[in-house]
Design a protein around this ligand. Structure first.
Ligand code: SF4
Length: 354
């Protein structure tokens, strides 16, 4: 049965009000039974997203050999993870891979490339890839995830038809230097702001299981909320052998569910995406996570394999959910209204809103 705290958090979420730090820490602690936490988060998820699950797919355009040193990443400088390493795949090959996923139900295609950031010629490759994908699937949402962007590059991606830009904050600002020394938390915030200013839908989340404290988790949730993302991917560390965090297996299904619930309460009407690491850390409890997240990745991740797509689709229907169709808006209407462009009143023939 829901406690006073959980009822309070549900009411606040319905009003789009974030939990306080103390409330957030209580959710992550063990005073509330995890099943009650999930049930409370599920009320919020259903209020804003009904029974829909959005499917996203990743196309890794360029893999490995990154000069950055993110400790969680199998593509980092000096990685011994033995992952696939290749330079840019062609636009045609990317469109072929994307097309398979779209036909299997994916609504968003994430075009990802390793590296600090794209050169201008790389933006041209992505422009061509967007054109190639949209030729067969004009309705698909394309998200680019290419590292640090200049203003001009962000504008070019938007003009080419990219819908979103993804750039995770990854962890709390206070411990960013523990996971990466080649760039800063502030660099990441800057790029996300540039992408948003160019009209790209901001997508930014984090990775858990890297030794962070409960306070760190709350810090990154609050920092993300300030950036007002439209989608928030929640990753659970995939500990690759040959990376600095390769021996960290800290997470339990209980911990993952509490983290997901925390983000649902902080982002009640935002796409919360269950991302990398769900299979290995949630294991048999994955269906419970669908009661909190309204979006998942279909198929494989950047450098590791995911659960077979058919198993994901079966899991979704078995748990009582439906796959979001291309014509269904992901975000609830009230959220769109927050940024509605005025088309009435002054400068139009229509009556003002009064
Ligand atoms: S996360 Fe991105 S920037 Fe960091 S090492 Fe991996 S590919 Fe490079």
């Amino acid at each position: 049965m829901a406690s006073d705290l959980l009822n309070l958090l549900v009411d606040k979420a319905f009003r789009r009000e974030a939990p306080t730090r103390a409330e957030s820490l209580a959710l992550l602690g063990e005073s509330e039974a995890v099943i009650d936490v999930v049930a409370a988060g599920a009320r919020v998820r259903r209020e804003f997203f009904g029974d829909r699950v959005k499917l996203n797919t990743i196309v890794n355009m360029k893999s490995g050999l990154c000069p950055e040193d993110c400790g969680y990443c199998s593509q980092r400088l000096g990685s011994g993870a033995g992952v696939l390493k290749y330079s840019w795949i062609t636009s045609e090959r990317a469109a072929e891979i994307a097309g398979d996923a779209v036909r299997a139900g994916a609504k968003r295609v994430c075009l990802v490339a390793s590296g600090r950031g794209p050169a201008d010629r790389d933006i041209a490759r992505i422009e061509n890839t967007i054109t190639a994908i949209k030729a067969d699937h004009p309705q698909v949402e394309i998200c680019a995830c290419l590292g640090f962007l200049s203003d001009d590059q962000a504008e070019r991606l938007a003009a080419a038809g990219a819908h979103a830009y993804s750039h995770n904050l990854n962890t709390a600002e206070a411990r960013y230097a523990d996971i990466c020394t080649t760039h800063t938390f502030g660099d990441r915030v800057d790029t996300l702001r540039r992408a948003t200013a160019a009209g790209l839908s901001p997508c930014s989340g984090a990775i858990f299981g890297m030794g962070e404290s409960d306070d760190d988790i709350v810090d990154v949730a609050l920092a993300l909320r300030e950036l007002d993302p439209d989608s928030v991917p929640i990753n659970f560390l995939i500990p690759f052998d040959g990376t600095p965090l390769g021996t960290r297996w800290d997470l339990t299904p209980d911990r993952c569910l509490r983290i997901l619930a925390l983000f649902r309460f902080h982002f009640p009407d935002v796409e919360v995406r269950l991302a990398g690491g769900r299979e290995i850390h949630l294991r048999s409890q994955q269906p419970l996570a669908l009661h909190l997240a309204n979006s998942i990745f279909l198929g494989d991740y950047l450098t590791s394999e995911g659960q077979p797509g058919a198993d994901d689709r079966r899991m979704i229907t078995d748990a009582g959910f439906t796959i979001e169709g291309v014509d269904d808006p992901t975000l609830p209407p009230a959220r769109h209204d927050l940024v509605a462009i005025r088309r009435r009143g002054a400068g139009t023939a229509l009556r003002p809103n009064a």
